[in-house]
Each structure stands twice: as structure tokens, then as C-alpha cells.
Design a protein around this ligand. Structure first.
Ligand code: MF3
Ligand code: CO
Length: 289
């Protein structure tokens, strides 16, 4: 349905359609006619929604900062869970993982060969030499944010430390590709090429996602995709960049007991950093680091 050009824009900005989303809608329609995957309207957040996601992201970052202050050898992952839960609620947020599709805890903590979705437990004690991903996701006034960082516990083998550093750089390499009228595959290929140039592998089965009004929205964001393919990036889209990078082979399996935690098949360590990013009219805005 094509709105009247002088009617208020569908995005709720209060501007006339012709002064707001009309040129964007026309451009999207053009790319669609060329056979590209394009975002639906609900994936294009309004300035007000972006502001909500920004506030949610602030809590997410503060929680990760709090974790970074205390994480150390001897701590259990359950203690990290308690901290994340308390800190999030203190700031008026709700931890998004708790009860999400049955997930039993408030944060994912994944150690060494755990690729992601590690479930905190009082039996799991962090030890010197571990590399640990803490993946925090927040709901604030209905808006979702999602980001994760790696932590090195004491002295870590240089080989593992490098994996962690290169994975962080991979997110930056991907981020450089985030701009309107580029494709998610531009980012996917940039990350994949960069990771492969260091001899590491990228997990294919799990990836990033749209985020903001829900925890996981369209599109699925792959890091093994090809330049010029996948969804068109349009101002207002918000999604995560969160490649999972393995020191060894790319293959992974799901824990048969808890049906959540993903491990590397070959037992090699895996690293991941995650940010939430918004596509803007001129490029992008990183909402979480
Ligand atoms: N934070 C994870 C992500 O990046 C979400 C995991 S779902 C959960 O997508 F239930 F395990 F939290
Ligand atoms: Co995510």
C-alpha cells in the first residue's frame, strides 16, 4: 500500500511521507525489483525506537563493565549470573535470556571449547588460562539489546590470546561494511576472509540477528555469506555482529544433556565478541561494545 505523499509518514516521525521515508521506500523497491532480499517495514526502527534500544544498550554495557571488574580465577559462573541479574534489575532492566525459550539463567557464560550458550552453574569454576565469553542481553521498557565480550582469566596461552584478539578485530572489520545500501553479505564475507587469513574458522550454524523490539528478529546474520548477497542494509535496521571463531575446525555440536550449550567438535577453543549496531543514513551507530 502506497501512502499519500502529503500524509504523515508511516514511521511516526510526524513528517510528511515525501519528506521522510518515501525516498527510502523507493530505493528499497528498486533493490527488490533487482531480486535482492530487502527488510520489511517492521525491521526499520523509528528514531524513538532506536532511542529505546540505545537506553537498553547502556544498561547492557554497564552490566558487562561490572562483570569485567570482578571476573577472575576461582569465581563460579553462577556468581557471574547473580551479578548480571542483580545489576540489570538495579538499573531497571530485565535479563533477556532468563526463561527465553526455556533458557534457565540470566546470562550465557561460555568457557574455552564452549562456543556459546553456556549455562551458569555453581559447579563451573573459572581457572587460570581460561578464555570466557560473557553474553549479556537486556530488556528495558520493552527494548532489547545484546552484546558479549571475551575475558582472559590470568595468564592465557599466546595462541589463545591471539584468537581472542583476532575475533575482536573481526567484528571491527565487519562493522566497517555496515552502511546503507550495502548488503549483509558484504559484512559476512569481510569477516570470513579476515578470520580465514589468520587460519581460524567461522561457525556456520549460529549467527547474528535483528534485535530491538524482540530478542531475535529477522534477519539471520551469517558470517560465511558472500559479498553482494543477503539482506540489503537500510537506515533504521538494528542487528548484532557476533561471529564465533574457532582455533580448530568449524564443526560444532549441541550438549545432549541441556540442549543449549554449543561446543567445538574437535575440542579447540572458540571466541566470540558481539555488538548491537544500527544502520544510519550516513553509516552506522554502535549501540553496544
Ligand atoms: N545472547 C545470545 C545471542 O547473541 C542469545 C542466546 S539465547 C539464550 O543471540 F537464551 F541463551 F540467552
Ligand atoms: Co545475539
Amino acid at each position: 500500500m502506497k501512502p499519500n505523499r502529503n500524509d504523515p509518514c508511516w514511521c511516526g516521525s510526524g513528517l510528511k511521507y515525501k519528506k521522510c521515508h518515501e525516498p527510502i521506500d523507493e530505493k528499497i523497491a528498486f533493490y527488490k525489483s533487482q531480486g535482492h532480499i530487502v527488510p520489511s517495514r517492521k525491521l526499520l526502527k523509528t528514531p524513538e525506537q532506536i532511542e529505546g534500544i540505545r537506553q537498553s544498550s547502556k544498561i547492557n554495557i554497564a552490566v558487562l563493565d561490572a562483570v569485567s571488574q570482578v571476573i577472575r580465577a576461582g569465581m563460579t559462573t553462577e556468581e557471574i549470573n547473580t551479578l548480571v541479574d542483580q545489576k540489570t534489575r538495579e538499573m531497571g532492566g530485565i535479563p533477556a535470556p532468563l526463561n527465553y525459550e526455556g533458557f534457565p539463567k540470566s546470562v550465557c557464560v561460555s568457557i574455552n571449547d564452549q562456543v556459546c550458550h553456556g549455562i551458569p552453574s555453581s559447579d563451573d569454576v573459572l581457572k587460570e588460562g581460561d578464555i570466557v565469553n560473557v553474553d549479556v542481553s537486556t530488556i528495558y521498557q520493552g527494548y532489547f539489546s545484546d552484546s558479549s565480550r571475551m575475558f582472559l582469566i590470568g595468564e592465557v596461552k599466546p595462541e589463545w590470546k591471539k584468537l581472542v584478539e583476532v575475533t575482536k578485530q573481526a567484528v571491527e572489520v565487519g562493522l566497517a561494511e555496515v552502511k546503507p545500501w550495502a548488503f549483509l553479505g558484504d559484512m559476512g564475507q569481510a569477516i570470513h576472509d579476515f578470520v580465514r587469513s589468520h587460519g581460524y574458522t567461522v561457525v556456520e550454524e549460529i549467527g547474528g540477528h535483528g534485535v530491538g523490539l524482540q530478542f531475535h528478529e529477522d534477519p539471520f546474520v551469517s558470517y560465511v555469506s558472500k559479498k553482494g548477497t543477503e539482506m540489503l542494509m537500510v537506515p533504521g535496521m538494528v542487528f548484532t555482529i557476533e561471529p564465533m571463531v574457532n582455533l580448530g575446525k568449524r564443526d560444532v555440536f549441541v550438549d545432549a544433556q541441556n540442549d543449549w550449550t554449543i561446543y567445538t567438535q574437535d575440542g579447540s577453543p572458540s571466541a566470540q565478541w558481539e555488538i548491537t549496531v544500527a544502520v544510519t543514513e550516513t553509516g552506522h551507530e554502535v549501540l553496544t561494545w
